[in-house]
Ligand binder design. Structure first.
Ligand code: TRH
Length: 373
């Protein structure tokens, strides 16, 4: 039997810079709660904490939230044993200097982690866990470690709470929908969390023409603005586009992360975006479509393909994703990508089972820290 070092109870400083949207904070909040849930003490520093008011209105025991000001306010702050920067955000020199001083005084080893973005591309497994010696500044002589989340056993895994499956098993779809005021009459429920997808108009027309009625559960913000604009455009072009009212809409309020999970569990198909909601949709285990965060240099196309390959997506799901993400928009002669959620269920079910066989990100992170500290 392999002997593993015991997991120490440590104090963590997690640093998060909100670039845009909600994912940076969403991932860091989930990370913080998951760590605290396993006995760690966490201070989460974020430069914009405003979204936590709706994402996590109750807070979480063991997590202290600090507004990360520039310059950082170090009054009364002693750095904890673990310093984690999310997505390469740079921690202030004052903080690093204090951290390094504490290490010298306590003789403790450095536990400085850079948590990277999630990707199914090969580099995640190649670079996961690599050390990077710090060559300059107050952290000179320390070592930073790269921690890559991912979908395979050779990466850092995905965030998954220990009670997730039990919560899912207890979930009462009908009751939850009724509580939200969704007038559900057995129609197909499709959740929509996206930016401005190139294939939105096509999806609406497809659902409106379908024999099976659908209700689109639209999240607030960019998704809801995109849908309203598209619907207005279609009314102008063809007032009869949804003549049978086979497609209906329900505009949602901003949910807590907890209720966002419920939305994904209650729906028959989930359209998600960014990073965190993709992971939650995988745990929900329903057919899913991903609106990947677009990058100017176009590298997101490779990232999307790598994910779909790992997922074992059938050709129709690949095609639908390319259309949804505007990756084949230059060719108007291409036929409309088929919306076939029934055919997309198997690959998600199998992918979820593979993931459940692997260790979750927090278990791996805690073991990693126990090894280096
Ligand atoms: O919001 P996102 O698009 O976020 C990100 C950021 O843009 C980031 O800069 C980029 O690097 C990254 O994507 C790839 O999508 P994401 O990651 O799914 O984050 C959304 C978070 O918001 C997630 O934690 C779920 C949460 N959420 C709620 O809690 N309630 C809600 O009602 C909704 C719609 C979302």
């Amino acid at each position: 039997m392999q002997c593993q070092s015991p997991i120490p109870k440590l104090r963590w400083d997690i640093f998060c810079r909100v670039i845009d949207n909600f994912g940076d904070l969403g991932v860091c909040w989930r990370l913080a709660c998951n760590l605290a849930g396993r006995g760690q003490t966490v201070r989460l520093w974020a430069d914009d904490v405003s979204a936590l008011a709706w994402m996590a209105p109750q807070g979480a025991p063991g997590v202290e939230v600090k507004t990360w000001t520039a310059p950082i306010n170090m009054t009364g702050i002693t750095p904890g044993e673990v310093m984690l920067e999310a997505f390469g955000c740079e921690i202030d020199e004052e903080f690093i200097a204090e951290y390094a001083k504490n290490l010298r005084n306590s003789g403790q080893k450095c536990a400085w982690i850079n948590l990277e973005y999630l990707s199914a591309e090969d580099f995640s497994a190649r670079c996961h866990g690599l050390p990077s010696p710090v060559m300059s500044g107050p952290g000179r002589g320390l070592t930073k470690y790269f921690f890559y989340p991912g979908f395979t056993a050779s990466t850092g895994g995905l965030l998954r709470e220990p009670d997730l499956l039990a919560r899912q098993a207890r979930f009462d779809r009908q009751a939850w929908l009724a509580e939200q005021g969704v007038p559900w009459r057995d129609e197909r429920l499709v959740s929509l969390f996206c930016y401005e997808p190139a294939g939105l108009g096509e999806l609406l027309v497809t659902l409106a023409k379908d024999v099976q009625p659908s209700r689109l559960l639209v999240t607030p913000g960019r998704a809801s603005m995109a849908v309203r604009a598209e619907v207005a455009k279609m009314h102008r072009l063809d007032p009869l586009w949804n003549q049978r009212a086979a497609l209906s809409f329900f505009y949602l309020p901003q949910f807590s992360q907890h209720d966002f999970d419920h939305l994904l569990w209650a729906s028959d198909v989930n359209f998600v975006r960014g990073e965190d909601s993709l992971v939650r949709a995988l745990w929900a285990g329903k057919p899913l479509v991903w609106h990947i965060y677009p990058q100017h240099d176009g590298v997101h196309a490779h990232k999307l393909d790598a994910f779909l390959d790992w997922l074992g997506a059938p050709a129709s799901l690949h095609a639908f994703h390319r259309r949804w993400n505007g990756l084949d928009a230059s060719d108007p002669t291409l036929p409309v990508a088929p919306f076939q959620p029934d055919r997309w269920q198997d690959c998600v079910t199998q992918a979820r089972a593979r993931l459940l066989d692997q260790q979750d990100l927090i278990t791996q992170l805690l073991r990693f820290i126990a090894k280096i500290i």
